[in-house]
Write a protein that binds this ligand. Structure first.
Ligand code: BG6
Length: 485
């Protein structure tokens, strides 16, 4: 664990990710005294700016709506331990300057053993030069620990991912590398293993005998506004399905790990992912939003090519060829510019045996990852009164009602803390990435026209529930909408 004498270096410190996620998470940890004693934070990016300007940016997303004086004081302390260095990503000399700055900070630490945690909040085009330059110019070798946190995207397909992995491996060991998929830091995703393996009741119904279909859904109510350039190159499948939703699937579907140790968990995730064959075109529905209700369509975004066929919505069904899951469709769905913000897992159980009840609602277990974290089980109960009739109802564990005193941590806070502790459980291992890309690469190549004509996505209005083709799509895989909606 990195306890004392630690510097956290945020590369890409002037970018959006750092501003919106990394610095607020670092501040959240600092405020709760989870950062190492005497920690220092150093921002690094190309933009030239003085310290006050850097402090302003780094704290611009930290929330203090009521001007709480305690938080204001903490923000000032946080600023006081943060400094900034400007420099290029591809020049060794610039990293020498960064190193000189780090050494100056370290000269004030009592012990000679200093740790450095490098956080790459950077576009993938500079991962390799930055990984190399840090190793060659900023790596502490006096007995301290070096770690590197990398953000997705890890490549664009199997070949480019392998190239990226092997290039970075020249400089950083697997043990030093922490690949973030921030969905693994979300409280409800972390809860899945506990729900499954700490409850006999859950465990007993967790297979093809009881479950009809599983849907993992990501919905966002806004379009690509401003991020069209990045998005058009990657598309919704690389942005959400291949990483975030597949990670959720793997914790839903994996077998019980031998222990909660990182490698035991990741071994089981890899094992289940290896049972999934590459996605079939016929199991895929692609959509792109069009203008509606005064909101612009995807093609109206100036940063998007006018004839783009990039999908902003995708639904695709994965099959797991193992004895537990054979024949159970896992439907992953994600879309931008939809009617609401919601991420959830919906496990729909099979029909009860016909006979005493007719047309009765199916049981469903819903794990709502966000917003308003919840787990609820839809079940049928007797309608209260002097007659025997069943009605659908719910056993509901909504976090904000049940755990009123508890603050749910931000995913990035949880993950940065894990990286400081050296716990890899919620980070993506190299072989996990490899198998994830194997599942998705053929469909991505088809979408990109590598085998001929590019498929044209169906359109859906901005702010809608998705393409009208979605309902027949999920019905095809056995999903039955219960009467109560
Ligand atoms: C990112 C995607 O990985 O996840 C974004 O690149 C998306 O497009 C974001 O908006 C969603 O994260 P969250 O935590 O808001 O669900």
């Amino acid at each position: 664990q990195l306890k004392d004498n630690t510097i956290i270096i945020v590369l890409g410190a002037s970018g959006d990710l750092a501003k919106k996620k990394t610095f607020p998470a670092l501040f959240g940890l600092f405020k709760q005294n989870f950062l190492p004693r005497d920690v220092k934070i150093v921002g690094y990016a190309r933009t030239k700016m003085d310290q006050p300007e850097f402090h302003k940016r780094a704290t611009s997303y930290i929330k203090n709506p009521n001007d709480d004086p305690d938080i204001t004081a903490k923000i000032d302390e946080f600023k006081a331990l943060s400094t900034y260095v400007a420099g290029d990503y591809d020049k060794g000399e610039a990293f020498d300057e960064l190193n000189a700055h780090l050494e100056e900070i370290e000269s004030k630490y009592q012990s000679k053993e200093c740790n450095r945690l490098f956080y790459l909040a950077l576009p993938p085009s500079v991962f390799i030069p930055v990984g190399k330059n840090i190793k060659e110019h900023c790596y502490v070798s006096r007995g301290g620990i070096n770690r590197i946190i990398v953000e997705k995207p890890f490549g664009k397909d199997l070949a480019s991912c392998r190239e990226l992995l092997s290039s970075l491996k020249k400089y950083w060991t697997e043990d030093e590398t922490f690949r973030i998929d921030h969905y693994l830091g979300k409280e409800m995703v972390k809860n899945i293993l506990v729900l499954r393996f700490a409850n006999v009741a859950m465990n007993a119904m967790w297979d093809k005998n009881s479950i009809s279909n599983v849907q993992i859904t990501f919905k966002e109510p806004f379009g690509t506004e401003g991020r069209g350039g990045y998005f058009d190159e990657f598309g919704i499948i690389r942005d959400i399905l291949q990483n975030h939703l597949l990670q959720v699937l793997s914790v839903i579907a994996m077998e019980r790990p031998v222990s909660f140790a990182a490698e035991d968990i990741r071994d089981e995730k890899v094992k289940v992912l290896r049972c999934i064959p590459p996605i079939e075109r016929s199991d895929t529905l692609l959509g792109q939003y069009v203008s509606a209700n005064g909101k612009p369509g995807y093609l109206d975004d100036d940063t998007v090519p006018h004839n783009s066929v990039c999908p902003t919505f995708a639904a695709t069904t994965l099959w797991i060829n193992n004895p537990r899951w054979e024949g159970v469709p896992f439907i992953l769905k994600a879309g931008k510019a939809l009617n609401e913000a919601k991420v959830e897992v919906r496990i729909q159980f099979k029909d009860v045996t016909q006979g005493i009840f007719k047309d009765i609602a199916r049981n469903e277990l819903v794990i709502r990852i966000q917003p308003s974290e919840a787990v609820y089980l839809k079940l049928n109960a007797k309608t209260p009164g002097l007659y025997t009739r069943a009605m659908p109802t719910e056993m509901d564990l909504t976090y904000k009602r049940r755990f009123t005193e508890t603050n749910i941590p931000e995913a990035y806070e949880a993950l940065i803390l894990d990286a400081l502790k050296g716990d890899h459980s919620n980070f993506v291992r190299d072989d996990e990435l490899d198998v994830a890309w194997k599942i998705f690469t053929p469909i991505l190549h088809w979408i990109e026209g590598k085998d001929g004509q590019r498929p044209k996505p169906v359109s859906y209005p901005y702010g809608s529930r998705g393409p009208k083709e979605l309902e027949p799509f999920v019905t095809k895989y056995g999903f039955r909408r219960n009467n109560e909606g």
